[in-house]
Design a protein around this ligand. Structure first.
Ligand SMILES: NC(=O)c1ccc[n+]([C@@H]2O[C@H](COP(=O)([O-])OP(=O)(O)OC[C@H]3O[C@@H](n4cnc5c(N)ncnc54)[C@H](O)[C@@H]3O)[C@@H](O)[C@H]2O)c1
Length: 357
């Protein structure tokens, strides 16, 4: 197997772009060839963390200058830039493209991106890197080893909307359950949008999903959800609780991983901290899997576009269920695009709380 470093490019040198590059370089498998950002101060900040051999003020210039010479490109812009950049990367002969979540702004775009990449022979990977953090690895192990018995129920809550954190939450829940096919979804969404400029989606959404094998998941994705007192940043409010016939385990970000046996005795526990080494290692795992997928025929990247279409499909299904007021069965029709219809609605004025009398 080749040990020549893979040639790495970056589009978007914001906080996420820098984290991606640190993770990739941590593996020792990459050489950082080129970066592009519209803002010179963002490139200057990137240089403090890692030095690309070339820098550009736009991604099109970078891809044109390195046509056929970049193996892996990370797209870390806001989701308002996805299709043109992914199409241009495929045309420039990039072999793998890692895109930040959410992979797209609506389901039609998500499906198109997976198709464009597949037809161009470019591996598309969606950055659901949380899967590689130690607390989630522990939760996954508790389920796959059978320590929890047969999983019957999963409860997930997060701050932010379907495109902000919901994509992570559906991906994580589905992955932890062993990636069973969803069976049906009921859901409700509020009319008001949140993050209309970058991640437009219903401000509050609630879903019940049944998966093959019988486990049911309750998901609450809410810009208004109560934040634990420990949370200094609302985005660290992210909580998954898995209940099985032999026990229960939960992750609360910035608090703990805990597992209890069927009698309710604490069987395993450790504190959980967002960021730092944990984040670096997770990002590095995702990048070493990209290298492996490019070099090892038959190895499928766990976060490939095809798998990300399941979590995006669940986002879409919640919006359809809310729109129709009835259950949505899986597989969902590819032609509908309910999230887009939802996010095209005019943001409504803030509702006034009724005065107490
Ligand atoms: N996976 C996670 O844990 C996680 C956490 C936070 C954010 N995110 C996601 O990461 C993405 C980016 O987040 P961020 O906070 O780094 O965003 P950001 O807005 O701070 O940075 C994006 C950068 O892209 C650059 N850019 C825009 N258009 C460009 C172009 N045409 N060419 C080159 N550069 C261009 C901007 O100048 C900016 O510096 C979002 O999709 C967000 O949802 C993921």
């Amino acid at each position: 197997m080749s040990t020549t470093p893979l040639r790495l490019g970056l589009i978007g040198a914001g906080p996420r772009g820098i984290d991606h590059i640190k993770g990739a370089l941590h593996t020792g498998l990459y050489r950082f060839i080129a970066a592009a950002d519209l803002a010179p101060e963002r490139l200057a900040k990137l240089y403090e963390a890692a030095k690309p051999e070339h820098a550009y003020d736009d991604y099109k210039k970078m891809l044109a200058a390195h046509r056929g010479q970049l193996d892996v490109v990370h797209l870390c812009t806001q989701p308002t830039l996805r299709t043109p950049a992914i199409r241009a990367a495929a045309e420039a002969g990039v072999k793998a493209l890692v895109v930040e979540k959410p992979m797209a702004l609506d389901y039609a775009e998500a499906q198109a991106l997976e198709r464009i990449s597949r037809e161009a022979g470019m591996l598309l990977v969606v950055n659901h890197q949380k899967r590689g953090m130690k607390e989630w690895l522990a939760l996954k192990e508790a389920v796959s080893s059978g320590k929890l018995g047969k999983v019957t129920m999963l409860r997930a809550t997060c701050y932010s909307n379907l495109l902000g954190q919901g994509t992570h939450m559906f991906d994580m829940a589905w992955h932890i359950l062993g990636e069973p096919e969803p069976k049906w979804i009921v859901g409700g969404c509020e009319d008001r949008l949140s993050l209309p400029e970058t991640h437009p989606a219903p401000r509050n959404a609630l879903a019940l999903v049944e998966f093959d094998g019988g486990a049911r998941g309750i998901f609450c994705m809410s810009e208004d959800c109560p934040v634990y007192p420990h949370a200094t940043n609302p985005y660290v409010y992210y909580n998954l609780d898995v209940i099985g016939t032999e026990g229960r385990a939960e992750v609360v970000i910035n608090m703990h991983y805990r597992r209890w046996d069927r009698e309710g005795r604490l069987a395993e526990a450790f504190p959980v901290k967002w960021g730092g080494e944990n984040q670096l290692n997770a990002q590095a795992t995702l990048s070493s899997d990209v290298a492996r997928a490019l070099r090892e025929p038959g190895f499928k990247h766990p976060q490939r576009g095809e798998s990300a279409l399941v979590s995006f499909g669940l986002i879409e299904a919640v919006c359809r269920a809310a729109q129709r007021g009835t259950v949505v069965t899986w597989p969902i029709e590819p032609a509908e695009n309910a999230l887009a219809a939802w996010s095209r609605r005019k943001p409504q004025a803030e509702k006034k709380e009724p005065a107490h009398v």
